[in-house]
Design a binder for this molecule. Structure first.
Ligand code: AMP
Length: 211
């Protein structure tokens, strides 16, 4: 199996797809967003620096993100999924100095209006599970309780319509050079995510399976 790099606007389901692929095929999952939120929760020096940036929908600096990746992405972690990196061309170039060439890039395409429909009903759990109370496949079995660990579900601070719009602006400002970069490397695959999540996982697996 090849390593996977997800590029996606907010709410496109990169976390959900990562969880499915992790459970079914044993991928290691690296979410820069989750790592940063953990550092905020634990009040670490990094968390103190990034809290406001995340809450207002901005991007954390490339330097911070690249050192997070250098610390965590070692060869023994393959096969892995990168969920949330790269978000800038600079990050993509630095990443290529850290990881080898055995990866495919999956661009999960979602329009802003469809993301807005998803944002108000998304809930998350500390353990990494992601729910959406308006989606039959993503609803928790019990209201506000995680199916896996039983903890109460939470709403992310940045899951508001206003912050979502800012997150989309940041995404739109950076996406074209990123797509161009991976297209030239022949690694780019686009997937429309406005459909059944299991169909999306199958498409991803077809792309990354080694024949
Ligand atoms: P996510 O969980 O991927 O939606 O990320 C949540 C937030 O973490 C983003 O809105 C950014 O503020 C920050 N973040 C996560 N990954 C990156 C990255 N690769 N570069 C810059 N900021 C990031």
């Amino acid at each position: 199996m090849k390593n996977i790099i997800f590029i996606a606007p907010p709410l496109a389901g990169k976390g959900t797809q990562s969880n499915i692929l992790k459970e079914r095929f044993g991928y290691n999952h690296f979410s820069t967003g989750a790592m940063l939120r953990e550092s905020v929760e634990s009040d670490s020096p990094l968390g103190v620096r990034v809290k406001n940036i995340i809450d207002k929908g901005s991007l954390v600096s490339d330097d911070i993100i690249i050192s997070l990746m250098k610390e965590n992405l070692t060869k023994d972690k393959e096969p892995f999924i990168l969920d949330g990196i790269p978000r800038t061309l600079n990050q993509a170039k630095s990443l290529d100095e850290i990881i080898d060439d055995n990866y495919e890039v999956i661009y999960l395409e979602l329009r802003e209006n469809d993301a807005i429909k998803r944002v108000e009903s998304r809930l998350t759990c500390d353990c990494g599970k992601i729910y959406n109370i308006n989606d039959e496949l993503l609803k928790p079995k019990q209201l506000n309780k995680c199916d896996s660990c039983g903890k109460p579900l939470e709403k992310r601070n940045d899951d508001t319509i206003n912050t979502l719009k800012l997150r989309f602006q940041k995404f739109n400002a950076n996406i074209e050079p990123l797509l161009e970069y991976y297209k030239k490397k022949n690694k780019l695959h686009k997937i429309d995510v406005n459909r059944d999540i299991l169909e999306i996982s199958k498409d991803i697996m077809r792309i990354v399976a080694n024949d």
